[in-house]
Ligand binder design. Sequence first.
Ligand SMILES: Cc1cc2nc3c(=O)[nH]c(=O)nc-3n(C[C@H](O)[C@H](O)[C@H](O)COP(=O)(O)OP(=O)(O)OC[C@H]3O[C@@H](n4cnc5c(N)ncnc54)[C@H](O)[C@@H]3O)c2cc1C
Length: 308
Amino acid sequence: MRTPSCYDLFVATWLRSCKTHVHDSPGGSFGAAMDLNTITTVAHPQTRAQLPVWTPGDAWLAGGTWLFSEPQAHLKRLIDLTDLKWPALTIMDSHLSIAATCTVAQLDGFACPPDWLAAPLIGQCCRAFLASFKIWKTATVGGNVCMSLPAGPMISLTSGLDGVCTIWKAGGGEQQIPVIDFVTGNQRNRLTPGDLLRQIDIPLPALKRRTAFRQISLAPVGRSAALLIGSLDADGTLALTVTASTVRPIRLSFSKAPDASALRDAIAQQITDDLYHTDIHGKPLWRKHMTRRLAEEIRGELLGATRA
Ligand SMILES: Cc1cc2nc3c(=O)[nH]c(=O)nc-3n(C[C@H](O)[C@H](O)[C@H](O)COP(=O)(O)OP(=O)(O)OC[C@H]3O[C@@H](n4cnc5c(N)ncnc54)[C@H](O)[C@@H]3O)c2cc1C
């Protein structure tokens, strides 16, 4: 994490003042001076039944770290998810349930059982977040996944651990979509207007696998340009999840241990050039090179192989 900038302090102070000055009734409205000056209403549902009927100009408000970071002239109403008070993290019989409103700091502070060999990934992905502790304490896992930025570290974590999204559909009912399929491109996903991401479930077997993590940024505290997670199942299946270098998460799976050239071929075939992301945090050719290099390091770490 880097030290807080003036901008971080502004965001944190702003968010705190908004949240502490909103005292209206559930589902009601609040008018206040705010920098999103097209917003006329902030709704505070406490249950699913109280969610207002979705209309154009609505947005879900989670941590607000992105929503309040740039103009949102098309928005008229925010629907604050805070008062739904979903438990942040719950260990169930078959999975760990992460509420969409769980903050990055809550996830990082979670005490994992000792047999969760994959537990270090949680801290590693939280630290891949280009943000100060103030943003960490406010930004949510669901907000990060729904932003669907290539460098979304919560996308990396949950897709690398076979996470499954539960979506409350705008018209009623629920839909389950694996995180790997949920994010479809840079700031694109499977949500349709009014859909709400409720939670992400991580199967317990995924948390008990051996894992390896590699991440690189162009600048020392820059946004991730490539973030790869490898995991090795008890049956020998090796999975490699590529994020940040690509516009969406990509999963490569090998039922038997690949050698260096099999891994290289699989990357070349399954990650075509158009899938590599480009922005100021890295050119596609460099991201491609780093993807191949970090993948080989992960193969070496998980299989004990020598580098090719
Ligand atoms: C200093 C700083 C550094 C940042 N660094 C990174 C970074 O390294 N990587 C990165 O990916 N992002 C980064 N961001 C962007 C953003 O802060 C994060 O993606 C953050 O996780 C968003 O979470 P939030 O809870 O604040 O979302 P919000 O800002 O509240 O919402 C983000 C978007 O998701 C929607 N949304 C939120 N929750 C849900 C839900 N449950 N269901 C449906 N839609 C929902 C909102 O309507 C909005 O469109 C950074 C932002 C700042 C200010």
